[in-house]
Design a protein around this ligand. Structure first.
Ligand SMILES: Nc1ncnc2c1ncn2[C@@H]1O[C@H](COP(=O)(O)OP(=O)(O)OP(=O)(O)O)[C@@H](O)[C@H]1O
Ligand SMILES: [Mg+2]
Length: 224
């Protein structure tokens, strides 16, 4: 994290993956587990996490809006991300908290870059600018075959959103994008087989966090 790591003492964990890969379920379980160990945890999500950013989320997910151009989508997502980093994530990290965030910059690379075909280098620079170069310490990639993920989503009919209308082919590109990102940054991004049962995935999540905390022992004291 470059110069940021001098002032931000907490740990920033992001959960990434396609639709229905189990991010939200595992984020909740992870936060409960960390809290039970006496750690100070902030659970948040993207797009969202502040009042303005949640308004932008509603616009982005609303399926009745006019069609949103890919470029427009990027600006809205990054506007939300900046607010979130500024008002929520950085202050929590400065207080030494563990921030668990459901989606972050890798989703922009996977969806808008690999999925919609926008320029990857440009997106990387825009992300870096929007976040003030904030990069997660650890990213868990929940990797699941598209039909399994979408099948799980179909079980949640009440929360169908704009992205559920995308084609299978779009979601395949997103998945391939995420897997490529994980291969490019193997030290930061841990790919987990999210087609396994909930409890197995949860154990893998906990093992990944434990391993990370063990190799970075000085900075993350328990708070009780
Ligand atoms: N490993 C699993 N095995 C079976 N079902 C699962 C598993 N993980 C999550 N589910 C179920 O799949 C559905 C989607 O899970 P969840 O909402 O956590 O996914 P998500 O990645 O947050 O999805 P989205 O991208 O839509 O936000 C939920 O009903 C959840 O209970
Ligand atoms: Mg979710």
């Amino acid at each position: 994290m470059g110069t940021l790591s001098k002032t931000l003492t907490g740990m920033f964990i992001t959960l990434e993956g396609g639709e229905g890969s189990g991010k939200t379920t595992q984020a909740r379980r992870l936060c409960e587990w960390l809290t039970s160990q006496g750690r100070h945890v902030l659970h948040t999500r993207e797009p969202g996490g502040t009042i303005l950013a949640e308004r932008l989320r509603a616009i982005l997910l609303d399926k009745s809006e006019e069609t949103i151009a890919p470029e427009t989508e990027v600006w809205l997502i990054l506007a939300a991300r900046r607010q979130h980093v500024e008002h929520v994530i950085k202050p929590a990290l400065a207080r030494g908290m563990i921030v668990v965030c459901d989606r972050f910059s890798d989703s922009t690379m996977a969806y808008q870059g690999y999925g919609r075909g926008l320029d990857l280098r440009l997106l990387r620079r825009m992300n870096s600018w929007a976040t003030g170069k904030l990069v997660p310490h650890l990213t868990l990639l929940f990797d699941v075959p598209v039909d399994i993920g979408l099948g799980r989503r179909r079980g949640q009919t009440a929360s169908q959103n704009r992205l559920d209308r995308e084609t299978q082919q779009f979601h395949e590109k997103v998945r391939a994008g995420f897997r490529l990102l994980a291969r490019q940054e193997p030290r930061r991004i841990v790919r987990l087989d999210a087609s396994l049962p909930l409890e197995s995935v949860q154990h893998k999540v906990e093992a990944s966090i434990t391993r990370w905390l063990k190799t970075h022992p000085s900075k993350h004291p328990r708070h009780r």
